[in-house]
Design a protein around this ligand. Structure first.
Ligand code: NAP
Length: 485
């Protein structure tokens, strides 16, 4: 079992109280994916706890203090996360599996959303008097909190994904009902412990429920008192939430799946492209929404690039994230492992070549969750690894001849989250970037989102943006006040 001074309570949190036991008396086991050992048992909550959490949040709406006080919350939160990044990173590493250093990097990333929104919120939320004075009135636009927000997050960034939502929501003045993923609730509980101890939040301002996703999600979606949902996770669940949102015309922020193209043009700096690809692809063992899923390489540099990639992949160390030599940790669960396995088998059966990693027959999917980083070349667009998000350490290489061909293949997906283009000729690269249907496009960099920039997807990758001014506006309603006095 996990021991941590940030996990004094392995519990939900409703109306300012820790709730260690679910009404049902049931619990969920949380495992360390590196060794299969149980870390903790969390309460398995459902409809009734969620109803109480919503009621507490609704009651807190009228106690939300002014913007200066809320800025203080964000600053305190930034300081708490920064001060505790080693311990939060350790908890995150144990329940998720990513290397401890990488987990601490995620805590820094989470903290950056609190400092960014703290720095811009007062100006951004200030009422604006319009220059136009139509109908003999003085028009002012106020930015009001949207109300209680339901926040639902995935396991792949246990603190990064919630920070992107909590920071702007508290900045805007929205009370919250939060549901973490079943696999990684402990990092969230640790964050709640910090918020409980170090912030003077009104009772009911933040609530944490965990357990039945169907019941918790169902209750949040069917409640008139929760006008906004911000969800990060799979497109399948996002689509369900879209259906469920119609009854109360809820505002939805959806950060969904990806299928990122990584395009290497024949004038690219191949060393840099290969370094960026490795860093981008194997972060979180390939379990990130922004990681390259399809690598398109131009014919003239294809063989040279494949060699550079293979050389680097063979050096990656797979192991327990708490071992400082580990580059790539385990996958989150057996379903995740089996999906990668299936994509590799499918690609090889359709004519791709294995150029790094183990043949699928050598891997025993029942034994553990460590998947050897794998590279397959001569991949074609009909293979599963091109059609679906693999979400694991599989790097498929696809050859192309012309820029138009790369563009057509890259856009041939219902997803539109992250994309990358590498090439020295800026004008040529930007011609491609302008036509890529993706919300994020790294040019000569594999870097992902940052707090100050709006991030989100086109098409089936989502609705709305996180980060930047847009990320704050997700939690705000504009109220126009024409003053005729
Ligand atoms: P998931 O299965 O959709 O789960 C996400 C969250 O939704 C979890 O908390 C889950 O709870 C909950 N959930 C499941 N069914 C629900 C329902 N019927 N109603 C309400 N909530 C429900 O996704 P995941 O496997 O955790 O995450 C991986 C996916 O997230 C990938 O597709 C990835 O690309 C995407 N992602 C996108 C972004 C982005 O910024 N666009 C960032 C990170 C991840 P339980 O865990 O309790 O089932």
């Amino acid at each position: 079992m996990i021991e941590s001074y940030l996990l004094k309570n392995i519990a939900g949190y409703i109306d300012g109280q820790w709730i260690a036991q679910a009404d049902s008396g049931k619990t969920t086991e949380v495992f360390n994916p590196a060794n299969g050992k149980t870390l903790a048992e969390t309460p398995y909550m459902g409809t009734d706890e969620t109803r109480r959490a919503i009621a507490a949040a609704k009651a807190a709406r009228d106690t939300v203090p002014d913007v200066a006080t809320r800025r203080g919350w964000l600053e305190d939160c930034y300081e708490a996360l920064t001060a505790e990044k080693e311990e939060i990173g350790r908890i995150l590493c144990l329940e998720h599996g990513k290397p401890w250093a990488e987990a601490q990097g995620e805590v820094d990333y989470a903290a950056s959303f609190f400092s960014y929104f703290a720095g811009m919120m007062e100006d951004t939320l200030a009422p604006e008097t319009l220059l136009e004075q139509a109908k003999d009135c003085r028009w002012t636009v106020h930015k009001r909190p949207i109300g209680v927000a339901g926040l639902i997050t995935p396991w792949n960034f246990p603190i990064g994904m919630i920070a992107k939502k909590v920071a702007p929501a508290l900045a805007a003045g929205c009370p919250l009902v939060i549901k973490p993923a079943a696999e990684t609730p402990l990092t969230m509980i640790a964050m709640f412990q910090l918020l409980h101890e170090r912030l003077d939040l009104p009772k009911g301002m933040i609530n944490l429920v965990m357990g039945s996703s169907k019941e918790i999600g169902g209750e949040i979606m069917s409640s008139f008192d929760v006008p906004m949902i911000s969800f990060t996770g799979s497109t399948e669940v996002g689509q369900l939430l879209v259906e469920q949102s119609s009854q109360h015309v809820k505002k939805l922020g959806l950060e969904l799946g990806g299928n990122a193209p990584f395009i290497v043009l024949d004038d690219a700096d191949l060393e840099s492209a290969a370094d960026n690809l490795i860093a981008n692809k194997f972060r979180g063992a390939g379990q990130t929404c922004v990681c390259a899923n399809r690598i398109f390489v131009q014919d003239g540099v294809y063989d040279e690039f494949v060699n550079k990639v293979v050389e680097r992949v063979k050096k990656l160390k797979v192991g327990d994230g708490m071992d400082e030599n580990t580059d790539v940790g385990p996958l989150i669960n057996a379903a995740g492992f089996d999906k990668v396995h299936d994509h590799v088998k499918d690609a090889l059966s359709k004519g791709a070549s294995l150029v790094a990693g183990k043949h699928p027959d050598e891997l025993d999917s029942g034994k553990n969750l460590f998947y050897t980083p794998t590279v397959v070349s001569d991949v074609t667009h009909d293979m599963k690894c091109c059609q679906e998000e693999t979400f694991g350490p599989l790097l498929p290489l696809i050859r192309f001849e012309t820029d138009a061909q790369a563009l057509e293949m890259a856009n041939d997906t219902q997803f539109g989250l992250a994309s990358y283009v590498f090439g020295r000729d800026k004008e040529r690269a930007h011609k491609l970037i302008g036509k890529l249907h993706f919300g994020h496009c790294g040019y000569n960099t594999g870097t992902g989102p940052a707090a100050h920039a709006p991030f989100g997807g086109f098409l089936h990758s989502g609705i709305g943006r996180e980060g930047g001014v847009e990320g704050l506006m997700e939690f705000v309603e504009s109220q126009t006040v024409p003053d005729g006095s």
